[in-house]
Design a protein around this ligand. Sequence first.
Ligand code: OKP
Ligand code: ZN
Length: 348
Amino acid sequence: MLTVYSDRHTLHHARAEPFGGTVVEPFECPQRAEYVLARVREVGLGPVTPPADHGLGPVLRVHDAGYVQFLQTVWADWTAAGFSGQVTPSVWPGRTMPFRRPSSHIEARVGYYALCGETGIVEGTWEAAYWSAQTALTALDAVLGGDRAAFALCRPPGHHAPRDQFGGYCFLNNAAIAAQAALDHGAQRVAVLDVDFHHGNGTQEIFYDRSDVLFLSLHGTPDQAYPYFMGWEDETGHGAGEGFTVNYPLPEGTPYSVWKQALERALDRIRAYAPDLLVISLGLDTYEHDPISFFRLTGDDYRDTGALLAGVDLPTLFVMEGGYAVDDLGVNTVNVLQGFETAAGDRP
Ligand code: OKP
Ligand code: ZN
C-alpha cells in the first residue's frame, strides 16, 4: 500500500500543553509521524511519496474562508501584538455572552476560532496543516486511481476540526477534505469511519445534515472523555442527514472484545449504505498504554481490526489521526495496515 508523507509536519511543534493543572510537553508531537514512517519503511509496507499540491480549493470546500485566512495570519498577528511563545487560546464568548460581532483584537480572534485550549499554534503550524491536508488528498488520488487502499500519514490530525474551529490538536479536517474531494470527483456516497479513541466531532459537524457522507465513530463516552460535549448515541444527523451519523460511545476500560462488537455493527451499517469509498480516521489511542485514553486494545488487536476493515471490500483511504503511546505507535499503526493487506489479499 502506498504511504503519503510530508516532512513539513515538523514545522508544527507546540511548546506546551496545559494538562491536569500542570503544563506538559505536547502529546501530539513530531516524533509520532516519524515513528510511524520508520515502521512503514521497516516492514516494507510499500512506496512512500510526498504529497502533490492540490491548492486551497479542496480545503475551502470544507472550511470557512475566514477561518483559513485566520490560520494563515494568526502567527504574524500574534507576534505583532507583542506576544510570543505559542498562540494559546485563553478567552471565549462564554455561555451567557451573546456573540454579536467579532472583536478585532488577536486574543479575541483566537478565542473565536478555538474549540478549546490545549492546542498551541507556532510559526509553521499553517504550513504543516496545509500539507497534512494535501497528504490526505494525494492518498485519495491513489485510491481514486484504482489502488485498493492508501495510507495518508497526516500530521497534524484533523477530525476535531469543524468548518471554522481548531482544537484537539487539529486545524484542517483531513478526512473530511478527502471525503468531500471524492464526492467532487464523482463518488455518490462516502463513509467515514472514525476509530480514533476520541469522538470525531469536527467530521460529524461538517456532514451532519447530509446523506452523501455516512459518519460513524467509536469512542470514549462523552460522559468521561474529550471532547465531552459531543458524541452521544442520540446524535443521529439532522434534516436530510437524519440517520447518517452513527455514534458508538464506550465506557472506560473497554477491551477489544467489546470494541470489536461495536466495530462490526458499524461495518454492517457501512455495507448497507454501499458507499463508493471508505475513509478511516485512523487513531491508535485506543491502545491499552495510551497516556490520555482509556480503552484496552493491544498490538495484536490492530491486525484483527485491519482484517475486519478489509472485509467490507471497499476502496479504502486510511487517514492518520491520534495515538500518543509514541514508542508503540509505529507498530500499532502498521499492524492495522498489514492486517488489512493480508486479509484483502486473501479475498478472491
Ligand atoms: C486528539 B485526537 C483533556 C484535554 C484535551 C485533547 C485530546 C485531543 C485528542 N484533558 N485533550 O483525537 O487523538
Ligand atoms: Zn484521539
